[in-house]
Design a protein around this ligand. Sequence first.
Ligand SMILES: [Mg+2]
Length: 371
Amino acid sequence: MAMDVWHLQLPVNARRDHGIGSVERMIDIVVLRLTSEGGQTGWGEASPWSVFTGSAEASFAALDRYIRPHVVGRHVGEVSAIMALAAKSVAHCTEAKAALETALLDLQGRIAGLPVWALLGGKCRDTIALSCSIADPDFDKDLTLMARLREDGVRIIKLKTGFAGHAFDIMRLERLRTDFPEFSIRIDYNQGLHHDDAIRCVRDVASFKPDFIEQPVAHHLHPLMADIRNAIDVPLLADESVFGPEDMQVAIDHQIADGVSVKIMKTGGLTRAQTVARMAANVGMSAYGGDMFEAGLAHLAGSHMIAATPEITLGCEFYQASYFLVEDVLEQPFPVHNGMVQVPQGPGLGIRPDLDKIRHHAINAVERDNV
Ligand SMILES: [Mg+2]
């Protein structure tokens, strides 16, 4: 196989504030292309966020410098061996490893004529309910977005809280419950609450009966997560506290949550994401298909993973390609219809990225022809 890597900056249409940090003007992603000896291609995306998982520069270096020697010259059928070598070749950089496994499975699927979900155990669903995040510091802009979501058939939102004070959060919840009663509401603090204040704030928010409340405090505060969980009658989800299966075991041991946000960018790949979801289900915890600030290529990988993972029952948040990016990187729009992600049925990921768009948005690239 040959390997090409691009670092892209993609313009976005709004500002997003989270408890952990903000995004405006653009997001950074890294795109990987593998080319087989026969000339077929497989694509993957790393979607890092510097304050959460890591930087695009680190993802780029992980793929181009540290993982490349374990890929070039190898056979695409050696996915497990390549992923094991990648895991040992560079610490962390989970987004790069997710991009690698995505591209390997896309290439394998293209050659075999099978969708990626078929390579992950087979599908259990054809659609996935879409959740869109409400996170603009200008709430009027989010109300405009809410009207568009309602028109489009979306019926789940995730309100990002904990970045501009408790009163702002309560005001928005009251308005959303009044003006948009047909929506399910989920809450995500992204670690935004101070430990002194956390239980009081979360109790107030829980009175609005959201589907769940996600990661109110810092990722390492396991005893406080357990206390908050016991203080409310709404499910508590762990996100930043659980990256891979190793963290999931800690979360189970300390009983920090009722559910977990599963993201391939945190776990370091699609199969490890399936493992996290299964560990959760084994102890009666729910699983949600979360994401980072992604383009459509990463959404596709997540969709195939969720399609093959019955334990993920709470839908997904693959909204950026449709509602946040000025222009996505795929040849066709990421498939969403009436508020439901449509799982692709064609070989590999089912939809290819547009090479012209990738080159247009690239700020760094290594394109080589060494198969
Ligand atoms: Mg989250």
